[in-house]
Design a binder for this molecule. Structure first.
Ligand code: AMP
Ligand code: MG
Length: 401
C-alpha cells in the first residue's frame, strides 16, 4: 500500500482501476439528454439537401441584375413562387424571377437571390433596386454531409448534440448504460435525517451530497444506507453490494481505533493507496474489494465531496469514455486572502463570479472540513500549492464546481 502520495499519483492510481463500460441502451431523443453517446454517429442525410435560400426574396440570374440601383431598378418577370417545402419545378430563364422563402430550394436556372427589402412588386413584375447575389444561397451539404461522423462515442449529449442527432435523422440514440455507484456511510454517530438525534450524533449528509455528485457525473447512485463502526457490518454491506461499478464509503478511513473501513480493507481487501497530500480529504483511500473498485472517502462532509469531485468524478468519466474533461481550471482575481498548508495542496471553497474586468473569487469563510455550509455557499475551489499563500488582488487558480 502506498501512503502520502500526491494528487496526481492518486488520480493515476484511481484511473488505472477504471475500465470503460460496454453496456448500451437505445433511447428516444427526448430521453437522451445528459447521457453519453455509445457509438460514433454519421449523418443519414445531407443538410441542406439542395442549394437553398437563406432569406425571403427572389431567385434570378445574377447577370441580369448587375446594373440595378435605387435610381435605375432592373425589372424581372415573376414566373412563380417557392415557399419552404414546396419547390418550384420550372426553370428560371434570363429576365425572369421566382419569389422564394427562407429554406426553399433555389429553382433550376437561378444562381442568385435578392432580399425582398431591396425590391418592389408591380403587377406581374418585380423591381430590383440592387444586384442579386449568390452569397445568400446556402449550398447543399454546407452543414451536414451524408456518411460523415459528427458525434463521437463518449460525447455528452448536450441539447445541441441531441438536436444534431435529430437533424442527422436519428429517432433513437445509443447511449452507454449509467455506471452504478454504491454509496455507504459509516459511523456509530451517524443518523438518518428524520431520526431523533442523540447527544453527539450527526445527520448523514454525505450519502446525499455524494448521490448528487454521482448524478452530475452521469452515474446512477445506489444508496446502501449507513452502518455502525463494526467490521462485520461493513463486510455484510460490501457483500450485498453486487453489480456495482464503483463503491463509495464515507468515514472510517482515518487514524482512529474505530476506522473500520480501513481496517477491514487492510485485512480482506486490497488497498492501493491511503492518504493523499491534500487538504481537505487527506485520509482518502483507494482499494479493491473482490474486484470492485472502492473509494474510502473521509467522513468530514467537505472532504468527502472534494475527494469525490477530484477523483470519483474523473473515475466515472473514464468508465463512460467521456470526451470532455471532468473538470478544468481557470484564473481569477482573489478578492480575499487564501491560506495555504505546508506540504499539502489545498482546495479552498470560494464564490466565483464574473465581473466586468474578468473572474473574481472570494472565500466562503470558515474552511474547516466539517463546515458543510462552505460547500453549499461556494461554487468553486481555489487551488493553492504547498506553502503558497494568495493575497487579495493576486491571480489564483480556480476549479469551478
Ligand atoms: P470519520 O472520517 O469517520 O473519522 O468522520 C469524520 C467526521 O465526519 C466526523 O465528525 C463524523 O461525525 C463526520 N461524518 C462521518 N460520516 C458522516 C456522514 N455520513 N454525514 C455527515 N457527517 C459525517
Ligand atoms: Mg467515523
Amino acid at each position: 500500500m502506498r501512503q502520502n502520495i500526491s494528487v496526481e499519483e492518486a488520480l493515476e492510481a484511481a484511473l488505472s482501476l477504471a475500465h470503460p463500460i460496454t453496456g448500451t441502451e437505445e433511447l428516444a431523443l427526448f430521453e437522451s439528454h445528459g447521457r453519453v453517446l455509445a457509438q460514433d454517429l454519421e449523418s443519414k442525410v445531407n443538410h441542406p439537401d439542395a442549394d437553398n435560400t437563406s432569406l425571403d426574396g427572389y431567385a434570378c440570374l445574377e447577370a441580369d441584375t448587375l446594373s440595378a440601383t435605387p435610381e435605375h431598378p432592373v425589372k424581372l418577370r415573376l414566373i412563380g413562387e417557392a415557399p419552404a417545402g414546396k419547390p418550384f419545378d420550372g426553370t428560371v430563364k434570363p429576365g425572369e424571377a421566382v419569389s422564394v422563402y427562407t429554406g426553399a430550394p433555389i429553382p433550376k436556372g437561378a444562381d442568385a437571390v435578392i432580399r425582398v427589402e431591396d425590391t418592389r412588386r408591380e403587377g406581374g413584375l418585380v423591381l430590383l433596386f440592387a444586384p442579386a447575389s449568390p452569397k445568400d444561397i446556402r449550398h447543399k451539404s454546407d452543414d451536414l454531409k451524408a456518411g460523415e461522423v459528427y458525434l463521437r462515442r463518449g460525447d455528452l449529449l448536450t441539447p445541441g448534440r441531441v438536436a444534431l442527432a435529430a437533424a442527422m435523422g436519428y429517432a433513437k440514440i445509443p447511449v452507454l448504460r449509467k455506471p452504478r455507484v454504491g454509496i455507504l456511510s459509516t459511523g456509530d454517530e451517524v443518523m438518518e435525517p428524520g431520526e431523533a438525534l442523540p447527544y453527539g450524533g450527526v445527520y448523514n449528509s454525505n450519502s446525499y451530497s455524494l448521490a448528487g455528485l454521482v448524478l452530475e457525473a452521469g452515474g446512477e447512485p445506489v444508496l446502501l444506507g449507513k452502518v455502525t463502526d463494526q467490521p462485520e457490518k461493513v463486510r455484510h454491506k460490501l457483500q450485498q453490494a453486487a453489480k456495482l461499478d464503483l463503491l463509495l464509503t464515507s468515514g472510517g478511513v482515518s487514524m482512529g481505533e474505530y476506522d473500520v473501513v480501513r481496517q477491514l480493507l487492510e485485512r480482506e481487501g486490497r488497498i492501493h493507496f491511503w492518504k493523499v497530500k491534500m487538504q481537505p480529504g487527506g485520509p482518502l483511500l483507494l482499494a479493491e474489494w473482490d474486484g470492485l473498485p472502492l473509494f474510502g472517502l473521509p467522513g468530514n462532509p467537505v472532504s468527502s465531496m472534494v475527494t469525490f469531485f477530484l477523483f470519483g468524478r474523473a473515475f466515472l468519466f473514464k468508465l463512460l469514455s467521456r470526451t470532455d474533461a471532468p473538470y478544468s481550471a481557470i484564473h481569477a482575481i482573489a478578492d480575499t486572502p487564501f491560506k495555504p498548508a505546508p506540504a499539502k495542496r489545498v482546495y479552498r471553497r470560494a464564490v466565483l463570479s464574473y465581473q466586468p474586468d474578468g473572474y473574481h473569487v472570494a472565500s466562503t469563510g470558515n474552511q474547516s472540513s466539517g463546515v458543510l455550509r462552505s460547500m453549499a455557499a461556494g461554487n468553486a475551489l481555489v487551488v493553492l500549492e504547498p506553502g503558497a499563500a494568495a493575497c487579495s488582488g493576486e491571480v489564483v487558480q480556480v476549479i469551478p464546481l
